[in-house]
Design a protein around this ligand. Structure first.
Ligand SMILES: *Cc1c(COP(=O)(O)O)cnc(C)c1O
Length: 364
């Protein structure tokens, strides 16, 4: 039935190892009982280690967008400054608008990143009480300098930094505590390489303090409640129990690999491997990275197609005929770019094979 592992390179959902899939196939347990509590207790410390935080990691049965909405409802008083260089960053801004907040957009060309200096220039005058940023923009493959942006945000009093870490967490350095991030969102189906369905979030004490003062933060995504519950190893509503089994198994695997830093290093190796391929073959094949050097995601590589007659959609189709899955460009970049999601449990060796296939197809 299933193809061998190492052929599915979407920037989410990512390929899930058979042993992780199998871990889900266990009997149900009562979600208010001691077994679920023990399970949540067991995942607590290793999950906080993934996010590099002393805070508990909140878990919801939702896609990551759910906790992006939670970030807005619980973290923005009146106005947010949204840093936008791609479609997922724009989604954060759209959620804020949908939640009735005033939104100011600091926009850069797709594939670029907003730099800390630009935040410094704009933030104070904007009067925003929060900033949204997408760390690894899966639509463009760009990696925002979040640590530096956090420093710039800290210079203005009483402004929270809300981070979409959906494709950076577990695939490249995200230091929630050391960088002073106020809310970081991720999801199960990206670099954690679990099936879709879990949202993860870490809130700073400042974020939780503010949340408690905000009215209209809703019920399902009230972070004050999530925080209270997770500290008791419980969840406010029925957790996705089967996915928690998979999470438990995956956290054990991360430990076996040598911890989160080893996982980051493997992703760094994959990013570098695509960079070397683009350096060596890019001219001959008509491909080049969309983001500039030093601002490239460790989990998603987005490459521009330079030749007449090449298109992201057609390229993805040609790869599919060979049994490999990559993604065309996203939105307006659909045909001018393509994307390789090299995250989760993929290795450089598997990526190598994919790049060989890409080389053959692009050579025509
Ligand atoms: C996938 C993704 C999202 C959305 O996640 P869902 O789980 O589909 O809600 C948000 N931001 C980024 C950067 C993503 O890659």
């Amino acid at each position: 039935m299933s193809a061998p592992f190492g052929r599915f390179f979407l920037p989410g959902p990512t390929e899930v190892l058979p042993e992780i899939l199998a871990a889900q196939a266990k009997p149900m347990i009562g979600h208010r009982g001691p077994e679920t509590e023990r399970l949540l207790e067991r995942v607590a410390a290793p999950l906080s280690a993934v996010f590099r935080t002393r805070q508990p990691v909140m878990i919801a049965a939702a896609s990551a967008t759910g906790f992006m909405e939670a970030a807005i409802r619980n973290g923005v008083r009146a106005k947010v400054l949204s840093l936008v260089g791609g479609a997922f960053a724009q989604r954060f801004a759209d959620i804020a608008t949908a939640c009735g907040r005033e939104v100011e957009i600091l926009k850069v060309e797709q594939g670029r990143t907003v730099e800390a200096g630009q935040v410094r220039d704009r933030l104070k005058a904007s009067g925003a009480d929060a900033v949204t940023v997408c760390h690894s923009e899966s639509a463009t493959g760009a990696l925002a300098p979040v640590a530096e942006i956090a420093e710039a945000v800290r210079e203005v009093d009483d402004v929270l930094l809300l981070v979409d870490g959906v494709t950076s967490v577990a695939g490249s350095p995200v230091e929630v505590d050391a960088w002073g991030l106020d809310f970081v969102v991720s999801g199960s189906q990206k670099a954690l390489a679990l099936p879709p369905g879990l949202a993860f979030g870490v809130a700073s004490p400042r974020m939780l303090e503010r949340a408690k003062t905000l009215r209209g933060r809703g019920l399902y995504f009230d972070l004050a409640v999530y925080d209270e519950q997770i500290r008791k190893h419980q969840t406010p509503y029925t957790p996705a129990v089967s996915l928690l089994y998979a999470l438990d198994a995956q956290l054990a695997r991360i430990q076996q690999e040598g911890g989160i830093e080893a996982r980051w290093a493997r992703h760094d190796g994959m990013r570098r491997r695509v960079e070397r391929w683009a350096d060596e073959q890019g001219d001959a094949l008509g491909v080049t990275f969309l983001p500039v050097e030093g601002r490239r995601s460790w989990t998603v590589s987005c490459l521009r197609l330079l030749r007449e007659g090449q298109a992201g959609g057609a390229l993805a189709k040609a790869l599919a005929q060979r049994g490999y899955t990559i993604a065309p460009g996203y939105g307006k970049l659909k045909d001018t770019t393509f994307r390789i999601g090299h995250m989760g449990d993929h290795t450089v060796a598997e990526l190598e094979v994919l790049l060989g296939q890409l080389t053959e197809v692009l050579r025509g």
